[in-house]
Write a protein that binds this ligand. Structure first.
Ligand code: GLU
Length: 479
């Protein structure tokens, strides 16, 4: 049987990085097994689900490079792939369970429910223990009340047994018989709950594997009971480890950016985000850190999942971004970084070759695009640094002579029509200071740097000076 996996987001918010990781695992697992990756929109919670969120999630998944074989926009043999378009199926199957005595209408009001929950709590019992009041109501009587329009939900008649299964990540898992009670499968507004439609769809869409986050383990109990009630076999489950922040708590907004779109907006490379997310819960057989997704498809197997929570560390992600950026060829590097600079940045006025040389040099110094403008200051800033180091270099006895010489030299080169000082010309300047001005060591190098760039520290002058436009050089000298 060919592998079929699905990513089944509820469109109640933006795509979370945890969701993107699940989608990535599904995508990789399908690809590794030449199977199908299905996108299913779980939008039966009418109040919280929004079409805008669905659209945004689809955009974000595409940005991540996670295309699906079946689902919204692409169709497939098992559609529709939006649960709100499948409600009749859920209603019919709920009725089937009622007819078979495996589910029943429950007429408890919200107030009654609350009271019963409180009562159970006060007695130190599971909160759902008294929710089965209508379990044994005569079906004829129940039907009459339903037909008269009385508000009700449909509850599953839980057989009350230990539920065990073997999870592909967590191994053997077992839940006690009183874990979930008679849970609701259809809401009073006639809409199904997540666990119910999830089972029906995973079954009807012929899913072979369900990969999702560990927090769904409790749902799996309910889902396994439902598969059994329908008399169908359940897919295999793989519950991936939780993503946690530095405080070891489940990753949430207070840990920083948790939506994929935030990384897209900050111009992270999707391949870096995917590479990093993949390693949060899965490991490369050779412990290799940086790779492209296609490279690991043949290596992706479920045995390399870890059970322990995975620490989401934005600094590490930045490092991954830097590594992926440095793997880009020059043209791709320019296409990536250039649009991240503001439209009026002087970078854009430089030649194509200059832009390539510049970014090939500065890519070694940065991990993310937002670090770039600060690094480019050394090429464009005309405001001298006011750091204590600069003040110190400025105070050295030898510095004024260097400054005077540099000013004259720049004037001369400008008159000659030089638009960028070459490495040779820069070397000549250094030699002049050494031989004629008799300045050596740090007094020479730091003094020259200060005179040329206005800063006491910075990257290699042999690279920086040939990249600095003459207009900037002149402005720095007050010319
Ligand atoms: N709609 C559920 C969610 O977004 C799907 C969980 C599952 O994969 O079964 O959490």
């Amino acid at each position: 049987m060919s592998v079929r996996v699905r990513f089944a987001p509820s469109p109640t918010g933006l795509l979370h990085i945890g969701g993107a990781r699940t989608a990535l695992y599904c995508h990789l697992f399908a690809k590794a097994n030449k199977g199908s990756f299905v996108l299913r929109i779980e939008d039966t919670d009418l109040e919280r689900s929004k079409r805008e969120y669905e659209d945004a999630m689809i955009e974000d998944l595409k940005w991540c490079g996670l295309e699906w074989h079946e689902g919204p926009q692409v169709g497939g043999d098992f559609g529709p792939y939006r649960q709100s378009e499948r409600t009749q199926l859920y209603k019919d199957l709920a009725q089937q369970l009622v007819d078979e005595g495996k589910a029943y209408p429950c007429f408890l009001t919200n107030e009654e429910l609350e009271e019963l929950t409180e009562k159970a709590k006060a007695e130190n019992k599971a909160p759902h223990i008294y929710h089965d009041k209508y379990r044994d109501l005569d079906p004829v009587e129940a039907k009459k009340r339903v037909e008269s329009g009385e508000t009700h939900v449909i509850r599953f008649k839980n057989p009350g047994k230990v539920v065990s299964f073997t999870d592909l990540v967590r191994g053997d898992v077992s839940f006690p018989e009183d874990m979930v009670g008679d849970f609701v499968i259809m809401r009073s507004n006639g809409m199904p709950v997540y666990n119910f439609c999830c089972v029906i769809d995973d079954w009807k869409m012929k899913m072979t594997h369900v990969m999702r986050a560990e927090e769904h383990l409790n749902n799996t109990v309910r889902q396994l009971l439902l598969y059994e009630a329908f008399g169908v076999s359940a897919p295999e489950f793989a519950h991936c480890s939780l993503l946690v922040g530095e405080d070891r708590q489940k990753l949430s907004k207070r840990h920083g950016a948790t939506s994929v779109v935030q990384y897209k907006d900050q111009q992270f490379l999707p391949q870096a985000l995917m590479n990093y997310l993949c390693l949060l819960g899965w490991s490369h057989p050779e412990e290799k850190d940086i790779w492209d997704l296609d490279e690991i498809v043949p290596l992706f197997d479920l045995s390399r999942f870890s059970k322990s929570p995975a620490l989401y560390d934005i600094e590490k992600l930045k490092h991954f971004n830097g590594e992926h950026m440095r793997r880009l060829d020059t043209q791709a590097l320019v296409s990536y970084l250039k649009p991240t600079l503001s439209k009026d940045h002087a970078f854009h006025q430089q030649s194509e070759q200059w832009q390539k040389d510049c970014l090939e040099f500065f890519k070694e110094k940065i991990n993310t695009p937002n670090e770039l403008p600060e690094h480019l200051e050394v090429l464009f800033s005309t405001t001298p640094s006011d750091s204590p180091e600069s003040a110190e270099v400025a105070s050295w006895e030898s510095t004024p002579a260097i400054r005077a010489y540099v000013k004259e030299e720049i004037k001369r080169l400008d008159n000659e029509g030089v638009s960028f000082i070459s490495v040779d010309q820069f070397n000549e300047m250094t030699n002049h200071c050494k031989k004629e001005l008799k300045i050596k060591g740090k007094f020479l190098f730091k003094g020259l740097r200060l005179a040329l760039t206005g800063m006491a520290e910075g990257p290699d002058l042999k690279v920086v000076i040939p990249l600095t436009p003459m207009s900037v050089m002149k402005a720095r000298q007050g010319l």
